[in-house]
Design a protein around this ligand. Sequence first.
Ligand code: NAG
Ligand code: NAG
Length: 320
Amino acid sequence: MASNFIRRLVVVLVMVACVWSSCIVARELRVLTSMKARHEEWMNLHERRYDNETEKARRFQIFKENVEFIESFNKAGDKPYQLGVNRFADMTLEEFRATHTGYVRPSDIPRAMGNESFAKKYSEDVPDSVDWISAGAVTPVKYQGQQCGSCWAFSAVAAVEGLTKIRTGRLISLSEQELIDCDTTNNGCYGGYMDRAFEFISREESFAVRIRGYETVPHNNEGYLRMAVAYQPVSVAIDSNSRALQHYAGGVFTGECGTQLNHGVAIVGYGTTDDGMDYWLVKNSWGTSWGEGGYIRMMRNIEDYRGLCGIAMQASFPVA
Ligand SMILES: *[C@@H]1O[C@H](CO)[C@@H](O)[C@H](O)[C@H]1NC(C)=O
Ligand SMILES: *[C@@H]1O[C@H](CO)[C@@H](O)[C@H](O)[C@H]1NC(C)=O
C-alpha cells in the first residue's frame, strides 16, 4: 500500500519536474530567439554584415552579452546615466578601444602654463554655465570611422572650429582628413596628439583657417579648465577604457573609468543639472547614435583633482 503510494508520488514528481524543466528550456529558447531577432534588426539598422556564419555567431554572442550588461545596468537604475544598444553593441571593450580612440601623448610634452600666469590672463569671473553649441560655435557631430584612431584630429578640429566662429563669426566645418593625411608629426589613423595638430595648423598656410598657436591649461585643476572653456571650446584627453562609456546613452556620466588617457575629445560647455550635479558638456567623434546625439555630459568638480576619466590632466586650446 505505502510503497504503491510512494511509487505514484515519484511518478507524479518526475512528471512535474519534466514539465517544469521543459518550460525552462522553452523559455530560454524564446529568449534566445528574440535576442537573435534583435541582433538581426540591429544589423539592418546599422548596415552591419559579417563575412561568414562563424563570425556571425561570435558577434551574436558579444551582442547578447552587451545587451544583457546594458539591460541589467539600466534595471538597477542607481546611476544618473543610462546605457543603450548603439552601433558598438557587437564589439568587446578591447576591440572598441583598439579601433575608436587614438590619443597618443609624446614623451616630450611641453610644460603647461603656470597657475599664476594663466589666472592673470584668463578671468576667474566666469558664468555658471556655458554652451558653445547653442552659441553656434560647434559643427555637427562626426564619426571617426570604424577602424581609425584619429580622435586627436577631431578633438583639435572642434577646438579650432570653435575659436574661428568666436573670432570671425563664421562657423566653418574643417577637415579632419587633411590632418590625418598631411600632419606627419602625428600618425593619422594610428594616433596623435592635439597640441601637435594645433602646431601643424598654425604652420600650414593652406589650412582653411589661421591660428597663432595654442595654450595649455594648468594640469589637474577643473577650476582653470572651466576658465578656459568659458573662453572657447577646449581639447582634452580622457580615459575611455570603460564598458559603460562604450554603451553610454545619456545622463551625467559618473564613471567607471581610470586616468590612462587614450582618447581625445572637446569640451564645448559646462553647467549644472536641475538636481545640482555639475557637468562638462563634451563633443565626441563616435557618431550621433552614441550618447546624447554624439555628446556626453561628464561629472564635473569631482574629488580627484585630475577630473573624471582624467579630463583635467591634458587640456589645451588654439589661440588666434
Ligand atoms: C570568418 O570571418 C572572420 C572575420 O572576417 C575571419 O577571421 C575568419 O577567418 C572567417 N572564417 C572562415 C571559416 O572563413
Ligand atoms: C597649481 O594649482 C594646483 C591645484 O590648485 C596645485 O596643485 C599646483 O601645485 C599649482 N602649481 C603651481 C606651479 O603653483
